[in-house]
Write a protein that binds this ligand. Structure first.
Ligand SMILES: [Zn+2]
Length: 276
């Protein structure tokens, strides 16, 4: 079984076209999406490439987006988008640190049975180390929600190395030690000196393997993908920015076969409470 812990799609299809179009223009000449951002396209790719389930990660770029993100996530879960979506996609929610109803919304997300949330410090204009956002992470932790955060450099934000690098991640995890935190993109190593991410490995956090294809052969990405503790490494593609089958092939080529069960599905099943 293969579970992709990091993917993006948009609903409805008209929004997908606009969202992917805007993002593609923003990173033109650096990377290009390999899908069109629609649910149907993602599901087709998953079936073609042997991905059984995918965690779908939205980002609330404004506090007011809570309602629409919730509506979309429920529509997917309840099979109102496409019968396959309800079976194959695990929608996460997003929280915005400046949402005036943050606590109420987090409790609602948890009581509705969602497993986690995505945050993105650049899009949401905060730093993981800011004491002002600590209560948000404490409430997320108290409500049993997994937090997936964009970490490290983002090709959409050239020049920025702050807010979610190793130093900021370490500061957050030391102050909220029980938080179940997934540091996306191999701990956010991109843009930092080799071994900079080592300081967060022992803080108990998870990392996903969703580095961009163009970086797969870099020494640091290879080293982290090979050495991150197997019980805390999650396969992720960042689809539609990487081809799923190639992402599977890369992780298999780097990681010992004895770890494949944990990395491709076991750890994800535990966090998503599948089969317990
Ligand atoms: Zn992503």
């Amino acid at each position: 079984m293969v579970i992709d812990f990091h993917s993006h799609s948009f609903i409805p299809d008209a929004v997908a076209a606009r969202a992917i179009g805007a993002m593609a223009r923003n990173v033109e000449g650096v990377i290009a999406p390999i899908g069109d951002g629609t649910l149907g396209n993602q599901l087709d790719q998953m079936e073609h490439d042997g991905v059984d389930m995918a965690v779908m990660l939205p980002i609330a770029t404004k506090p007011t987006q809570h309602d629409v993100i919730l509506r979309n996530a429920l529509a997917i879960r309840e099979g109102r988008c496409d019968a396959r979506s309800a079976e194959m996609l695990v929608p996460f929610m997003s929280v915005h640190p400046f949402d005036p109803e943050l606590k109420k919304h987090i409790e609602e997300i948890s009581s509705l049975g969602f497993h986690g949330v995505k945050v993105h410090p650049y899009y949401q204009n905060f730093s993981l180390e800011d004491p002002a956002v600590r209560p948000m992470f404490e409430i997320l932790s108290a409500n049993g929600l997994v937090v997936v955060s964009h970490c490290g450099y983002d090709v959409g934000y050239p020049g920025r190395y702050d807010a979610c690098g190793p130093k900021e991640i370490a500061s957050l995890l030391k102050s909220v030690p029980d938080l179940v935190f997934v540091a996306a993109h191999l701990g956010g190593c991109l843009g930092f000196a080799p071994h900079a991410t080592d300081e967060i490995v022992d803080l108990g956090c998870y990392a996903d393997t969703s580095a961009l294809m163009r970086d797969w052969m870099r020494d640091e990405e290879m080293r982290l993908c090979r050495s991150w503790p197997a019980e805390r490494l999650l396969f992720g593609t960042d689809f539609p920015w990487n081809v799923c089958s190639e992402a599977i092939g890369w992780v298999k080529s780097v990681r010992s076969e004895r770890d494949w069960d944990a990395v491709f599905s076991g750890n994800a099943r535990r966090l998503l409470k599948i089969g317990n």
